[in-house]
Design a protein around this ligand. Structure first.
Ligand code: BGC
Length: 760
């Protein structure tokens, strides 16, 4: 090694060590402060720290009179509230913080939580869409923007990322997660935790970072038949290999809080589940932050039939490791008595309070409780041009090209007559998606507005029909237009005269998200009919889909020449879609969930087991399939096209046999043989062919986003270690077993090249 290189290496090692020991010192110092404060606290004050209330709006005016708000206000002043959620804006947050800091005996600041799920006010694409980018840097950056805006608005804690793996398109909350795969989900979990909190432990004290929360711990994505809040009944194999890995990754990345979930696991509600919260999370994984319950989930244990009343529910939740009660109002009502009566050991309270105080210290709230309440910064940061640029960039990267027959796309920039049709084409609200509490209604750029920026084409617009009836809100059922087709004729006339028809159809933004489960995955309302009517007069259709979950659109998949999956892309939706349609951005997104052919196939996912009868080897009916539909999905996990073409060749392993501990090096060449510069997500999957437990037919274990100029080629290298080659047994032990493995590399989970190796 050259001398200068050696010095550099030593210096960087020294600085890494110094950083580590700084972090250790800070940790120790914080733990000491926590102990000092804990010793001063009464039991009531301790329990207060474990109580979180939803916001109320009268805090900036005179004290509220009557109802819930009056009680909350009173409790705040007594020091019986440790946190509030949904209070937002520097003015509101300062007002509640002032009460906590100036009017209570110990002046412990509140931690302020908020659902910053896909941006704060400047909205990025829904998380499922972001996952389709497979671009970890971009996802991290989009999360940083969200953290910046939220922290500038008084918020210091988000209830995200949602790291629930789900295979259920019927479940509305798939829009909040990263899709069906635990490996992709883990990588995205890390990117999001770092985006919110920063890269190092010390970054959390910066003014533009906020504490993250891995949720919902655990199993919620497996709600039976995708019905919201439904029973979860999964095997240990699924728990350890599919559900837990993204949570573990978030914990390893230093996530400061976890949220438990509404569901039961092995009959025990997650909130009262000490196996999950104490044994795994705080025990095995050594998590030293705190666990917040999901909304009212302590009280819901009564409905589950797991507790006879609020008192018993409280005891069970606290003993099981749920540290802070979100809106059950039970800890604050029951815990003091439970301890005084000797029914709950004070050690559980002390443990929870230590964890909560620790995070408050780490955020720097004790040094300056108003550090997130700088109105000038709020004005400068929220909605800045930089943030708009960032969410636009993320939105373009999230788009997936599903079909492009005869290169209908990209559109020509001039000389084409384009008809834009569809109820979502000029919608400025629906593309904001579901979690958008802080965003202004109707603040998205519509597709019409985005396309109007391209002025050299003749663009005509006809809605064709309404998607919904009445006002759509976050809390009400969406009502669809199923009868009014009066706009069809005008739309058909417009389509007739056009060279190309762009149709923007799909789900309403409030049709996915919490409590938005569906039993169909089609285009709601009269949209399918509108599509087929337009097709009759002009089949040159580009279908732009807006949706928060995989849809099943067999007719469109067969007939429509070009299909673009544009999800709900947030504030900059229309600009992103237009830039992709006109070829100013070459799409590179890949599906993070399989798209079924019909709803009956659900749950359908690429990493399924083989079964005993995977193929029709006997040429009869007795094999694992449906009699009425192909057993493959419409579009598989990892699928996505580009305007250019990529060729994969020369898949090679550096050896054919490996000893335990040796790295498996996989290389292949990829060439851009099409007409455009482009990016491709090269995906690597493995199969452990024979193991002590059945293993999936394929498991994603690596991917790389490769940018290739037209005509360019590159060699891509993947290294597999024991971290990728093993799996969890039914007791949660990680095993790497010798034997034959397959490696697959390709453009999606189905279209791959394969090689084999032996692990000795
Ligand atoms: C959701 C959580 C969310 C919380 C607070 C609950 O209903 O399940 O994900 O963070 O509400 O809004």
């Amino acid at each position: 090694m050259k001398k200068s290189l050696l010095i550099l290496t030593l210096l960087s090692l020294a600085s890494a060590n110094a950083q580590k020991s700084n972090a250790m010192n800070t940790k120790e110092a914080i733990n000491k402060k926590v102990e000092v404060l804990l010793n001063k606290m009464t039991l009531e004050e301790k329990v207060g720290q474990m109580n979180q209330y939803n916001g109320f709006w009268e805090v900036t005016g005179p004290a509220p009179k009557g109802g819930d708000a009056e009680k909350k206000y009173e409790h705040l002043r007594k020091g019986w509230v440790g946190s509030m959620l949904t209070v937002r804006g520097t003015g509101q947050v300062r007002a509640v913080q002032k009460i906590a800091v100036e009017q209570t005996r110990l002046g412990i600041p509140l931690i302020i939580g908020f659902d910053v799920i896909h941006g704060y006010k400047t909205l990025s694409p829904i998380p499922l869409a972001e996952a389709a980018s497979w671009d970890l840097e971009a996802i991290k950056k989009s999360t940083q923007v969200a953290a910046d805006e939220a922290s500038a608005s008084g918020i210091n804690w988000t209830f995200g990322p949602n790291v629930d793996v789900s295979r259920e398109a019927r479940w509305g909350r798939v829009m909040e997660g990263a899709g069906e795969d635990p490996y992709l989900g883990s990588k995205i979990a890390i990117a999001r935790v770092q985006g919110f909190q920063g890269d190092t432990e010390d970054d959390l004290a910066k003014v533009n970072t906020i504490a993250a929360c891995a949720k919902h711990f655990a199993g919620y994505g497996f709600a039976e038949s995708g019905k919201e809040y439904n029973t979860v009944d999964i095997s240990n194999a699924t728990l350890y290999n599919t559900v837990l890995p993204p949570f573990k990754a978030a914990n390893d990345a230093g996530v400061r809080t976890f949220m438990n979930s509404f569901n039961i696991l092995n009959g025990i509600p997650a909130t009262g589940n000490s196996f999950l919260q104490r044994d795994i999370l705080k025990g095995k994984w050594k998590f030293d932050g705190f666990v917040i319950t999901d909304w009212a989930s302590v009280r819901e244990m009564i409905n589950h039939g797991f507790a006879k009343d609020g008192k018993e529910a409280t005891k069970k939740a606290v003993e099981a490791g749920a540290d802070m009660d979100m809106e059950s109002h039970l800890y604050v009502a029951e815990l003091v008595n439970l301890v005084n009566e000797g029914k709950v050991d004070i050690k559980f309270i002390d443990d929870a309070v230590r964890r909560i105080l620790r995070v408050k210290y780490e955020l720097g709230l004790f040094d300056n409780p108003y550090k997130y309440c700088d109105a000038a910064r709020e004005k400068q940061v929220v909605g800045s041009a930089y943030n708009h640029e960032a969410v636009l960039d993320m939105a373009k990267k999230s788009i997936v090209l599903l079909k492009n027959d005869n290169n209908l796309l990209p559109l020509k920039k001039s000389g084409q007559k384009i008809a834009l049709i569809g109820p979502l084409a000029n919608d400025k609200n629906s593309p904001l998606g579901s979690w958008r509490i802080a965003a202004e209604d109707n603040s998205a750029v519509s597709v019409l507005e985005g396309m109007q920026r391209y002025k050299d084409n003749a663009l005509t617009f006809e809605k064709g029909a309404d998607l919904t009836i009445g006002k759509t809100t976050f809390v009400d059922e969406v009502v669809f237009n199923t009868t009014d087709k009066s706009g069809f004729e005008a739309a058909k006339n417009t389509a007739k005269n056009a060279d190309v028809v762009v149709m923007v159809l799909g789900e309403h933004g409030f049709q996915s998200g919490e409590a938005r489960s569906r039993t169909t995955l089609d285009l709601p309302g009269v949209q399918q009919e509108l599509l087929e009517e337009i097709y009759k007069v002009n089949s040159n259709i580009v279908l732009v889909l807006n949706n928060g979950r995989p849809l099943a659109l067999p007719w469109a998949a067969e007939h429509i020449p070009a299909i673009v999956e544009a999800w709900q892309l947030g504030t900059e939706t229309g600009n992103a879609v237009a830039q992709v349609l006109y070829g100013d951005y070459n799409p590179s997104g890949k599906l993070p969930m399989s798209f079924p052919r019909n709803v009956g196939q659900c749950p359908i996912y690429y990493n399924h087991f083989n079964t005993g009868r995977p193929t029709n080897s006997e040429n009869n009916v007795f094999w694992s399939h449906y009699t009425d539909v192909d057993k493959t999905p419409q579009w598989p996990f990892g699928f996505g096209l580009s305007y250019t073409k990529f060729e994969y060749k020369n898949l090679k392993l550096n050896q054919s046999e490996y000893k335990k501990g040796e790295k498996v090096t996989v290389t292949l060449e990829i060439a851009n043989v099409g007409d455009y510069d482009g990016k491709e997500v090269v995906q690597l999957y493995i199969q452990d062919i024979v193991a002590s437990l059945a293993r999936p037919v394929k498991e994603l274990k690596g991917f790389e986003l490769v940018a290739l100029k037209k005509g360019e080629s590159k060699t891509v290298t993947f290294n597999l270690s024991e971290k990728e080659l093993g799996f969890y047994d039914n007791n949660g032990n990680y095993l790497v077993e010798p034997g034959q493995f397959k490696v697959f590399v390709g453009t999606n989970s189905d279209d791959v090249k394969a090689a084999t190796f032996e692990l000795k």
